[in-house]
Write a protein that binds this ligand. Structure first.
Ligand code: OAD
Length: 273
């Protein structure tokens, strides 16, 4: 990948930024050792295996064979349970602290932004560590081995993974993961926040990082900001559908570019409030 330098025009523009929206996908967690979905080494890389994963992570499989859904989910949650936030996640937290207004829209279910300390997060696809009972609606969560938070109220992830079957609520009902499965609608409350915080009033700066930008609700905030004359940046070693629409496409890793952006924004502290 090699070292990059931010273009001078970008550094200058970043000093004027007061409000920021960041949109992340699996690529930001690649440097934490979590496989992406698409591309080399991705979860969907082998087409047959990929189709089986999509099938397992669908609403109809959850209903007919929840153990199968959970086996696929345990692989995703298991990879996340061993991962730590990287320089990219931490730089986003630093950017949030510098901005007068900030929102993070993430498609990731790995909880790494939460662990990195970012506060205002719309986890539009949910969180693999959280569960909901399909019978009584009670919410629960796995002990997150990364925070060391072992409480008797939580489900033990290692035990559940060893059993390799759908975990159950004390009421006897099957738990479902609090993630959006294939064939399911996005949660309305999170969509409403997405509209209010990114579309109705676009931030001065919108950064799209580590996403193949496959979904309209991920593409839209970038296009709306660009059309409103706001500063837009894409960070991705590859080109995507939005590459031609952003003001700056930084073809490099999140862990390299985001700390540079955070540093360039350092002059904005006095603009708070
Ligand atoms: P993808 O796996 O589709 O895309 C990952 C993107 O990250 C690719 O465009 C890579 O080029 C880029 N990338 C890889 N390493 C990177 C790095 N170190 N720094 C920056 N970029 C890097 O992941 P998503 O776009 O997140 O949905 O996928 C979207 C959704 O598709 C997921 O949330 C999941 C999946 O089906 C659900 O499970 C509902």
């Amino acid at each position: 990948m090699g070292e990059i330098e931010l273009p001078e025009a970008l550094v200058k523009a970043l000093r004027e930024v007061r409000s920021v929206g960041v949109i992340t996908g699996a690529g930001i967690s690649a440097e934490s050792g979590i496989p992406t979905y698409r591309g080399r080494g991705g979860i969907y890389d082998d087409p047959d295996e990929g189709d089986r994963t999509v099938e397992a992570l669908s609403a109809h499989t959850l209903e007919s064979d929840p153990d199968r859904t959970w086996r696929a989910l345990f692989q995703i949650a298991g990879a996340a349970a061993n991962a730590r936030p990287n320089a990219g996640h931490l730089a986003i937290t630093a950017i949030e602290r510098k901005a007068a207004r900030f929102v993070l829209l993430t498609q990731n279910v790995d909880g790494l932004h939460r662990l990195a300390g970012t506060q205002n997060i719309i986890d539009i696809h949910g969180d693999a560590f959280h569960v909901i009972c399909t019978a009584c609606g009670n919410r629960n969560q796995f002990n997150d081995p990364r925070t060391g938070g072992i409480t008797s109220l939580c489900l033990n992830m290692h035990e559940c993974m060893a059993a390799n079957v759908a975990p159950r609520c004390p009421c006897g009902g099957v738990y479902r993961p609090d993630v959006v499965l294939f064939g399911e609608m996005l949660p309305e409350d999170k969509l409403a926040r997405l509209y209010a915080e990114l579309l109705d009033n676009p931030p001065d700066l919108v950064i799209s990082v580590g996403t193949s930008a496959m979904f309209p609700y991920i593409v839209q905030p970038v296009l709306v900001a660009a059309a409103a004359g706001k500063l837009t940046i894409e960070i991705n070693p590859e080109a995507t559908e939005i590459s031609d629409f952003v003001a700056f496409h930084l073809r490099t890793n999140a862990g390299e570019a985001l700390p540079m952006i955070a540093a360039a924004m350092a002059g904005t502290e006095e603009g708070k409030g």
